[in-house]
Design a protein around this ligand. Structure first.
Ligand code: NAD
Ligand code: UGA
Length: 471
């Protein structure tokens, strides 16, 4: 088996950056080159202001950067030097043409593949790290073999299961590592080469080797199952509110069944993040493509339930505030899609802010990690993907006038009619809620979209509190 001395990773994003940082830490004998077409991103990776906020990441990067970890825009040289190339580029939902709004956009994957084929001067192992539709490896092989017949290219699927906010721990102590490849002598050899890299820190029994298509499909399936649990508990949260049951008590009772398990049963304002929605839409698209409309409808419901939950929360705010939020100051604590990340892609916050802005509210936001420009971009992006005749689209002026971003949470809350907690940042629990109450307009409403303020004594202070799934 050929020993891997140099790895190139194309895509220095939320997956490529942290994953390769951990590779560099655990494989000091391997040179890791992370490349990206975005020069600002590479510049940031070479500074102490990393483009990705992730607890523990900066410490690792500081230890290995310049030793065996390198960030560069020189993609061709890195491809040339590496025996193994990870493709870790973004695969967003397609927003044009065939499959618009459903299929994964594979143009970045295809560009990388063509670049590898053009530049390679010897045999390469290509590793799909991005989340891809089942059978993408076939397209990669077709493109490569069409461009170059001189060298041998093996394509592996090695999907990433890290969650943002806990990425470093997830990478260091992965439940499992999945490696799919061709069941030919060359394919099996490539699988072993990648297994040997992970075996530097992951116990062998946790490294699963499968066929290519099983590996690709397992990733979409894992995300669909996780999202389904959140939608299931969120569906029950609506019923709890009608019946007087408490969703946290129900989740605890259900989760203590060892066949079900306690994780991923936290009712919320709706799941966000760049992947759950995208990957389920992709799964739905694939099911339809393969002639399985009933299977497609089954999974589509997970997304519909999530949309319902976000909408239900925004409507709850509006109806509680006497059916109008026009010109009212509504504060929003949190914008990131979960705590401990600066990522806000598909965050429930975007959809809720959008609905309130349409109702002419003044939304005052505070988030410890997400920049104001990012928030505006998120709202602008949402307008660009809205369907319909444009009636419900906000203009850039409406967004910039209506969304006021604060560096100080207390300023975001001062004189507000209501506040909404949409991200579960730990610091929110430590706020001086008594003084916040004193400085809000009365009656002061608090909408806890994460149910994190249990025990903060808010009702005793005087707040009128709404929590998800509590009657
Ligand atoms: P990202 O947008 O943060 O990063 C992707 C990077 O690829 C960007 O920096 C972009 O500039 C770069 N890029 C795109 N095309 C390029 C090209 N042709 N050459 C060089 N660079 C190029 O995306 P991400 O969140 O890291 O996700 C990457 C993939 O991993 C996706 O398929 C996603 O579904 C999957 N994934 C993401 C997570 C997560 O937590 N974010 C977890 C598991 C899997
Ligand atoms: C998710 C998966 O957990 C990862 O395994 C996967 O690699 C990744 O997607 C991906 O493919 O991108 P991530 O989206 O980073 O990771 O974060 P999660 O912890 O899964 O949370 C997703 C969303 O669900 C967040 O908005 C979170 O607040 C919400 N959630 C999660 C709930 O509302 N309730 C829960 O009980 C759990």
């Amino acid at each position: 088996m050929k020993e891997v001395k140099t790895i190139c990773c194309i895509g220095a994003g939320y997956v490529g950056g942290p994953t390769m940082a951990v590779f560099s830490l655990k494989c000091p004998h391997i040179k890791i080159i992370v490349v990206d077409s975005n020069p600002q991103k590479i510049e940031a990776w070479n500074s102490n202001e990393l483009p990705v906020y992730e607890p523990g990441l900066l410490d690792i990067v500081k230890q290995t950067r310049g030793k065996n970890l390198f960030f560069t825009t020189d993609i061709d040289s890195a491809i040339d030097e590496a025996e193994m190339i990870f493709i870790s580029v973004n695969t967003p939902t397609k927003n044009y043409g065939v499959g618009k709004g459903m299929a994964a956009d594979l143009k970045y994957v295809e560009l990388c593949t063509r670049q590898i084929a053009r530049v390679a001067k010897d045999d390469k192992i290509i590793v799909e790290k991005s989340t891809l539709p089942v059978r993408t490896a076939e397209s990669i092989k077709t493109i490569i073999s069409g461009c170059s017949s001189e060298f041998s290219f093996q394509v592996l699927s090695n999907p990433e299961f890290l969650a943002e906010g806990t990425a470093i721990n997830d990478l260091l102590n992965a439940d499992r590592v999945l490696i799919g490849g061709d069941q030919t002598p060359e394919g099996l050899e490539a699988i072993e080469a990648l297994t040997a890299v992970y075996a530097n820190w992951i116990p062998r029994e946790r490294i699963i080797q499968t066929r290519l298509w099983s590996s690709e499909l397992s990733k979409l399936t894992a995300n669909a199952f996780l999202a389904q649990r959140v939608s299931s508990i969120n569906a029950i949260s609506a019923l709890c509110e009608r019946t007087g049951a408490d969703v946290d008590e129900v989740a605890r009772a259900v989760g203590m069944d060892s066949r079900i398990g306690p994780k991923f049963l936290k009712a919320s304002v709706g799941f966000g993040g760049s992947c759950f929605q995208k990957d389920i839409l992709n799964l739905v698209y694939l099911c339809r493509h393969f002639g399985l409309p009933d299977v497609a409808s089954y999974w589509e419901q997970v997304i519909k339930m999530n949309d319902y939950q976000k909408h239900r929360f925004a409507q709850k705010v509006i109806t509680t505030l006497f059916n109008t939020v026009s010109d009212k100051k509504i504060s929003m604590l949190g914008w990131a899609f979960k705590k401990d990340t600066n990522d806000s892609r598909e965050s429930a916050a975007i959809y809720i802010a959008d609905e309130l802005l349409q109702d002419q509210a003044r939304v005052h936001v505070y988030d410890p990690r997400v920049s104001p420009e990012r928030m505006i971009d998120d709202l602008m992006f949402l307008q660009s993907v809205k369907n319909g005749n444009g009636d419900n689209k906000l203009s850039e002026k409406q967004i910039r006038d209506g969304l006021i971003v604060h560096k100080d949470p207390y300023q975001a809350l001062e004189n507000a009619h209501a506040t909404m907690v949409v991200t579960e940042w730990d610091e929110f629990r430590d706020y001086d809620w008594k003084s916040i109450y004193d400085n809000m307009l009365k009656p002061a409403f608090l909408f806890d979209g994460r149910n994190i303020l249990d025990g903060a004594g808010l009702e005793e202070i005087g707040f009128k509190v709404y929590q998800i799934g509590k009657g």
